[in-house]
Design a protein around this ligand. Structure first.
Ligand code: PEP
Length: 250
C-alpha cells in the first residue's frame, strides 16, 4: 500500500514570525494525523529554521526547487548537496510556475530531477497541462511528454524512487479544482503509462494531486484509486486548513 503524502508548497510567502506561528499551529494538530506523511516546502532561506522547529516531529521538509548543478559559478542557485546538508528530504522540480514564469523546459526539469536524486533528495516531479491544452484534448500528450523527458534521462526505475504531482495548471491558485473524476483520469493515465514500462514502479510511485485543494474537497480527491495525497499551495499557509487536508485520508 502507498502511504498518502500531503506536501505544503509555501511558495514565496512568509517571514520569521509568520512561519513560527504557522508551524506552531501545525504542530499543535499533528496528533490528529493518523495516515498521511506530512511535508512542508518553505522558501530556501527559512529551511534551517523550519527543520529545527520540526525536529521533534515526523514532518519532512522539502525545497521548492533545486539546481541542476553540484557547485561552482552559478549565481543565485542552490545545490541539492546544500539542501541535504540543512535537512531537506524532498525537492519539488518542474512546478508549473518554474516552467511558465522562468521558462524551464522538460529537459531542464529532468536535469533537476537527476540532480535531486544524485544528492540524496526525493524529487517531487510536477506535471500538468495548461487550460488551452486541456481544451485542445492534448492533456495526455503533454503529461506524457513531461514524464518522458525524465524517463529518457534517468530511466523508469528512478520514478519508483520519486513522487509525481499531477497539477493541472488551470487549477493552481485559481480556486478551480479538477473534479475527482477529472483528476483520477489523468492519474490513471500516468500510472498505466508507467505500468507499460515497469509494473513495480507504477504500483509503488505516489502520484499527488495539486490544484486548489482545500480541507473541504481533499477527502473526495484522495479517495480516488490513483490519487495518493496532495501538493498544496495556498491552503498550506493556514494551519487549520492544512491539517484538515492532512487528516483527509484518515
Ligand atoms: C501549487 O502551487 O502547487 C498548488 C497546488 O497551489 P494551490 O493549492 O494554491 O492551487
Amino acid at each position: 500500500m502507498r502511504q498518502p503524502l500531503v506536501a505544503g508548497n509555501w511558495k514565496m510567502n512568509g517571514s520569521l514570525d509568520s512561519i513560527n506561528t504557522l508551524l506552531e499551529g501545525i504542530k499543535a494538530g499533528l496528533g490528529e494525523v493518523k495516515t498521511a506523511e506530512v511535508a512542508v516546502c518553505p522558501p530556501f532561506v527559512y529551511i534551517p529554521q523550519v527543520v529545527q522547529m520540526l525536529s521533534d516531529t515526523a514532518v519532512s521538509v522539502g525545497s521548492q526547487d533545486v539546481s541542476d548543478e553540484e557547485s561552482g559559478a552559478f549565481t543565485g542557485e542552490v545545490a541539492g548537496t546544500m539542501l541535504r546538508d540543512v535537512g531537506c528530504t524532498y525537492a519539488i522540480v518542474g512546478h508549473s510556475e518554474r516552467r511558465s514564469i522562468y521558462g524551464e523546459s522538460d529537459e531542464f526539469t529532468a536535469r533537476k530531477f537527476a540532480a535531486a536524486r544524485r544528492f540524496g533528495l526525493t524529487p517531487i516531479l510536477c506535471v500538468g497541462e495548461l487550460l488551452e491544452e486541456r481544451e485542445a484534448g492534448t492533456t495526455e500528450a503533454v503529461v506524457g511528454r513531461q514524464l518522458d523527458a525524465v524517463i529518457e534521462l534517468e530511466g523508469i526505475a528512478a520514478l519508483g524512487e520519486a513522487v509525481i504531482a499531477y497539477e493541472p495548471v488551470w487549477a493552481i491558485g485559481t480556486g478551480r479544482t479538477a473534479s475527482p473524476e477529472q483528476a483520477q483520469e489523468v492519474h490513471a493515465f500516468i500510472r498505466n503509462k508507467l505500468a507499460g514500462l515497469d509494473a513495480g514502479v507504477a504500483d509503488k510511485v505516489r502520484i499527488l494531486y495539486g490544484g486548489s485543494v482545500k480541507a473541504a474537497n481533499a477527502a473526495e480527491l484522495f479517495a480516488m484509486a490513483d490519487i495518493d495525497g496532495g501538493l498544496i499551495g495556498g491552503a498550506s499557509l493556514q494551519a487549520g486548513e492544512f491539517l484538515g487536508i492532512c487528516t483527509a485520508p484518515d
